[in-house]
Design a protein around this ligand. Structure first.
Ligand SMILES: *[C@@H]1O[C@H](CO)[C@@H](O)[C@H](O)[C@H]1NC(C)=O
Ligand SMILES: *[C@@H]1O[C@H](CO)[C@@H](O)[C@H](O)[C@H]1NC(C)=O
Ligand SMILES: *[C@@H]1O[C@H](CO)[C@@H](O)[C@H](O)[C@H]1NC(C)=O
Ligand SMILES: *[C@@H]1O[C@H](CO)[C@@H](O)[C@H](O)[C@H]1NC(C)=O
Ligand SMILES: *[C@@H]1O[C@H](CO)[C@@H](O)[C@H](O)[C@H]1NC(C)=O
Ligand SMILES: *[C@@H]1O[C@H](CO)[C@@H](O)[C@H](O)[C@H]1NC(C)=O
Ligand SMILES: *[C@@H]1O[C@H](CO)[C@@H](O)[C@H](O)[C@H]1NC(C)=O
Ligand SMILES: *[C@@H]1O[C@H](CO)[C@@H](O)[C@H](O)[C@H]1NC(C)=O
Ligand SMILES: *[C@@H]1O[C@H](CO)[C@@H](O)[C@H](O)[C@H]1NC(C)=O
Ligand SMILES: *[C@@H]1O[C@H](CO)[C@@H](O)[C@H](O)[C@H]1NC(C)=O
Ligand SMILES: *[C@@H]1O[C@H](CO)[C@@H](O)[C@H](O)[C@H]1NC(C)=O
Length: 510
């Protein structure tokens, strides 16, 4: 079963950053804990220039330094290249990614991470390549240990992920991490960001008095799919028109079906939301179109850059406004006419779906909050009983006036009326373009069918079935054996026990 579990996420998306941060963080430096962004060119179709956005931190293994991506959506540590002073356990393991996979021997070595030292930390030692994983790089999974492939292979204890080991060895270290994903003040600068273990960043102490959002805990049979996830408030999505976006969860076990389950995953660039939510955000923006951009791995709303789109999410009764520079991302892209265009940062989930969650919040949401994840009892072998795990969020995009001014300065201000219905019909056609085209084709087929009927009655049955045949044109299921599609979705989020399912774009359950 576990072999089918896909336990790692990568941020895949092409982003380039606007030249002024909406928020100035007035913080004291803590040199050991800096993260930074790495950008690399990934191709040219659709977008003229694109690069992966991921946040990285340095750690050492066996004394050698590695720069690793931080990923709250997975639970294993891997590094590429030689690790001195390491021991081979004689076992191998692997982790599949949304794009690609890694595998290799499981080794152990002394880990130094954010000032903590762990002896015999288990990790996957992959072979370096010049393509995506050069020597000296890697990834550290900060998710719950139940998703760890290494632990699965080596067993509890020796196979535990780094954070579990850190929390086990000093019972007085509070069992939490905090993450702050920053913005660049200058496109040439690395993106600032901060990761802490067991302590709160100076100036952000109010986070500990924010509502504790319970981590929704999956049943044991699904524990491999456990993530740092919680429930959005009922009526907890406010669209650009200031109205509640009506949603229903696809997670059957949720007692209030108006509450969506949200996974927090630093390994994602673009938040993944139900199609209906993305449509509510973008379809009434003048000129908005739902497009497929190969570099962005799936459907995404293309919108003119100058429209300010205000949206808000609510957790624990608190509103978390999203900076409009995140709602509408400038990816340095151009439309079919060569004109500059922007993209809706909240991307419709059309390709991957899971019965375990509704939304994945990656960078474009996470840059609007300071996040604390308390592991509670989610630490392997924790002998002392602690509380249940929880998440706290502190809004850092609440200064609406200056954020608005920043947007106008960078993008200009085109007036639009988000509550206008003028674009609704057009918007519907745009957002359901494939369906619309599909229906036209189907209608055409019916007409043809009708014609054919009069000519050859024996063809009748086959023609009558053609609509269904057409609708299944994109197969709903992809055999597990096929390579993972190139897409923004974090496949590991799908439960280990389900076949990976791929929706028809028009087959929305929301
Ligand atoms: C890691 O260390 C190297 C130098 O040893 C430095 O160039 C790089 O910026 C550091 N990366 C991070 C994320 O701090
Ligand atoms: C890295 O690229 C290799 C091909 O060079 C591929 O086999 C592998 O799956 C990729 N890994 C990741 C994590 O993208
Ligand atoms: C790890 O412990 C859990 C429960 O404590 C158990 O269900 C699981 O089978 C153990 N895994 C291994 C590989 O021993
Ligand atoms: C975890 O528990 C197992 C079984 O109780 C034990 O053998 C192992 O040494 C423990 N590991 C750690 C790191 O505490
Ligand atoms: C354990 O953690 C506490 C609080 O973070 C710290 O004061 C103490 O020195 C640590 N003890 C050891 C042995 O590292
Ligand atoms: C967070 O990291 C940035 C650099 O990435 C640094 O400038 C800032 O001082 C750090 N903030 C804190 C509170 O440590
Ligand atoms: C912290 O919260 C209190 C009230 O809850 C507020 O008065 C104070 O300004 C806040 N401080 C910061 C730094 O946000
Ligand atoms: C969170 O969990 C605690 C303990 O299980 C429970 O008492 C509380 O009601 C929960 N809170 C919410 C909002 O569900
Ligand atoms: C944006 O795209 C143009 C080409 O259209 C390219 O010359 C420029 O370097 C790109 N800028 C960034 C920051 O990627
Ligand atoms: C926004 O949040 C920051 C940090 O919590 C706080 O200092 C500030 O007072 C808040 N501003 C508003 C307008 O709520
Ligand atoms: C977005 O919010 C800001 C701040 O509240 C406001 O000034 C601006 O008019 C809003 N824009 C739109 C299009 O609603």
């Amino acid at each position: 079963m576990k072999a089918a579990a896909i336990t790692l996420s990568l941020s895949l998306l092409a982003l380039h950053f606007e030249s002024a941060g909406a928020i100035q963080l007035d913080l004291v430096g803590r040199p050991a804990q800096h993260l930074r962004k790495r950008a690399s060119i990934t191709g040219s179709s659709g977008l003229t220039d694109s690069s992966n956005i991921a946040y990285y931190v340095n750690l050492t293994l066996g004394g050698a330094e590695f720069e690793v991506q931080i990923d709250t959506g997975s639970s294993d540590l891997y590094v590429a290249g030689t690790v001195p002073n390491s021991k081979d356990t004689g076992k191998t393991s692997g982790v599949a990614y949304a794009v690609g996979a890694v595998s290799g021997p499981i080794k152990t070595a002394t880990l130094d991470f954010l000032g903590y030292t762990v002896d015999n930390q288990a990790f996957l030692n992959i072979e370096a390549n010049s393509n995506n994983q050069t020597s000296g790089t890697g990834l550290i999974g900060l998710g719950p240990h139940t998703g760890s492939q290494i632990q699965e292979t080596l067993g509890n204890g020796t196979g535990d992920p780094a954070l579990d080991r850190i929390f086990q060895q000093n019972k007085t270290t509070p069992n939490y991490i905090t993450v702050l994903l920053g913005r660049a003040n200058d496109p040439a600068e690395p993106l600032p960001g901060n990761l802490t273990i067991g302590e709160v960043l100076p100036g952000y102490s109010n986070i500990t008095s924010q509502p504790k959002l319970n981590v929704t805990v999956l049943p044991n049979t699904e524990s491999e799919g456990q993530h740092w996830q919680t429930l959005l408030d009922a009526d907890g999505i406010i669209g650009p028109d200031g109205k509640v976006v009506d949603v229903t969860t696809g997670v059957a076990s949720t007692s209030n079906n108006k509450q969506l389950t949200v996974v927090f995953d630093t390994g994602y660039s673009l938040p993944q939301v139900p199609s209906s939510v993305a449509s509510a955000f973008y379809e009434s923006v003048p000129g908005a179109q739902l497009v497929d951009v190969p570099d962005l791995d799936g459907p995404i709303w293309q919108i003119p850059c100058e429209y300010e789109i205000n949206v808000t999410f609510k957790f624990g009764g608190i509103s978390f406004p999203v900076n409009p520079l995140d709602t509408s991302l400038d990816l340095n892209g151009t439309d079919g006419d060569g004109e500059k265009t922007c993209y809706g940062g909240f991307q419709p989930i059309d390709v991957a779906k899971s019965p375990l969650y509704d939304i994945i919040f990656g960078m474009a949401f996470l840059r609007n909050v300071y996040m604390l994840i308390d592991f509670g009892d989610f630490v392997d072998n924790a002998t002392d009983t602690r509380d249940d795990p929880y998440i706290q969020l502190l809004s850092i995009s609440n200064a609406s006036a200056s954020i608005h001014n920043e947007f106008v300065k960078l993008r200009g201000s085109a007036s639009w009326d988000p509550s206008s219905d003028v674009n609704a019909a057009e918007g519907w056609i745009r957002s359901h373009r494939s369906l619309f085209i599909g229906l036209c084709v189907v209608a055409g087929l019916f007409v043809l069918g009708g014609l054919a009927l009069t000519i050859a009655a024996c063809r009748r049955r086959r023609m009558a079935r053609s609509p269904a045949g057409f609708m299944n044109f994109q197969s709903s299921y992809r055999p597990l054996g096929e390579p993972a599609p190139r897409e923004a979705h974090d496949l590991h989020l799908m439960g280990a026990n389900q076949a990976q399912s791929y929706n028809n774009p028009w087959d929305s359950r929301y």
